[in-house]
Design a protein around this ligand. Structure first.
Ligand code: UT7
Length: 325
């Protein structure tokens, strides 16, 4: 039985040029390279030196369109996952649409689901494609978390980084089997009872400021390994594949110990687990599309590879996607 799939045809990313090492951070808060490396796996991160979420998104979008061999005219939808938009309103997506010069009528919206934002955005765009409402979507995850980090708080400021990743997805007829290319399964979850566990303390209707990230690190850590594994297992089950069929797992990049924990729980060999937290830090909604694009550009991820994407973050929200590139 044929059915419509969303095929990933373009990948792009952009990182701010400024790199901040753990030793740089040790000059501003009481920390050390050793503590950060062993507790998180992070060695360095890119930090905005004026680039906005919109700037990073725009560059990532241009690269994604180029690798797709498309122009802005081809886009029916732009969806940006972010918690650090350029303006409270309108959306970053609308800004990108204007800068790219899309046709009038291209749908634009942002989505707020923190570190799982890209999986949420990808799922929504995929559903619109499969319903036949659109044919081509640009899905971006982008953040300038450095703007909502308290640079005097060592508990949080060492963890985060800035960046953007983008994919272009396009309708393609598939056979309805796991041999199809494109997005084969998605699954989203949330549990709002954990709202306070990871929260940016500020907002338009409360403080009229954007606020700073605060987190119960241990609670998030404990939840993350199970949530990331659950989402990964469920998308494999929905698509009828096993861990042995999977070429790569790309979990949200927050902490190497969480990533390794997921690999172990799913019994996947280390070589199949994509890691970029060492040089990106936690870039929230950007982490998965950034790593996707970087690995695709490096030739590590190839056409035909079966990849599990899984993310978890504030809300709590979490979700997974199974994609054959
Ligand atoms: O994107 C999704 C959301 N984020 C996450 O997934 C993050 C989840 N959580 C984590 O990754 C980890 O919980 C952290 C990396 C945040 C913390 O690691 P931990 O092993 O849970 O450390 P801890 O909170 O137990 O802190 C241990 C000690 C504390 O000192 P005391 O109270 O034992 O004396 C902290 O004050 O480490 C101290 N500490 C630091 N020391 C040096 C906390 N931050 C730092 C630091 N440098 N930057």
């Amino acid at each position: 039985m044929t059915l419509i799939r969303s095929e990933m045809v373009g990948f792009g990313h952009c990182l701010p040029t400024k790199v901040v090492t753990n030793d740089d951070l040790a000059k501003i808060v009481e920390t050390s390279d050793e503590w950060i490396r062993t507790r998180t796996g992070i060695v360095s991160r890119h930090i905005s030196d004026g680039e906005t979420t919109g700037d990073l998104s725009f560059n990532a979008a241009q690269m994604a369109l180029k690798t797709a061999g498309m122009t802005a005219e081809d886009l029916d939808m732009i969806i940006v996952a972010t918690v650090t938009p350029d303006n409270t309103s309108p959306s970053v997506a609308a800004k990108i649409s204007g800068r790219l010069g899309t046709k009038s009528g291209t749908i634009c919206t942002d989505i707020s689901a923190a570190c799982s934002g890209f999986i949420y955005a990808l799922t929504m765009a995929d559903n619109m494609i499969r319903l036949g409402q659109i044919k081509t979507a640009l899905v971006i995850g982008a953040e300038t978390l450095s703007k909502i980090v308290d640079w005097t708080d060592r508990n949080t400021c060492v963890l985060f980084g800035d960046g953007a990743g983008a994919v272009v997805i396009r309708a393609k007829e598939g056979q309805g089997t796991s041999a199809d290319t494109g997005i084969l399964a998605t699954k989203l979850y949330a549990d709002g009872s954990h709202y306070e566990s990871l929260v940016v303390l500020g907002g338009v209707s409360t403080t009229q400021t954007s606020g700073f990230v605060t987190m119960d690190g241990k609670e998030v850590f404990k939840y993350a390994v199970n949530a990331l594994s659950q989402a990964a297992e469920n998308v494999m089950e929905i698509a009828g594949v096993t861990k042995d069929d999977v070429d790569w797992i790309l979990p949200h990049q927050a902490n190497i110990r969480i990533i390794e924990g997921v690999g172990k729980k799913l019994d996947l060999p280390e070589e199949k687990v994509i890691v970029s937290v060492d040089h990106h830090g936690n870039t929230s909604a950007a982490s998965i599309p950034l790593a996707l694009s970087e690995n695709y550009a490096a030739g590590r991820l190839k056409k035909g590879d079966l990849v599990v994407l899984t993310a978890m973050g504030a809300g709590f929200t979490w979700g997974g996607a199974l994609v054959r590139i």
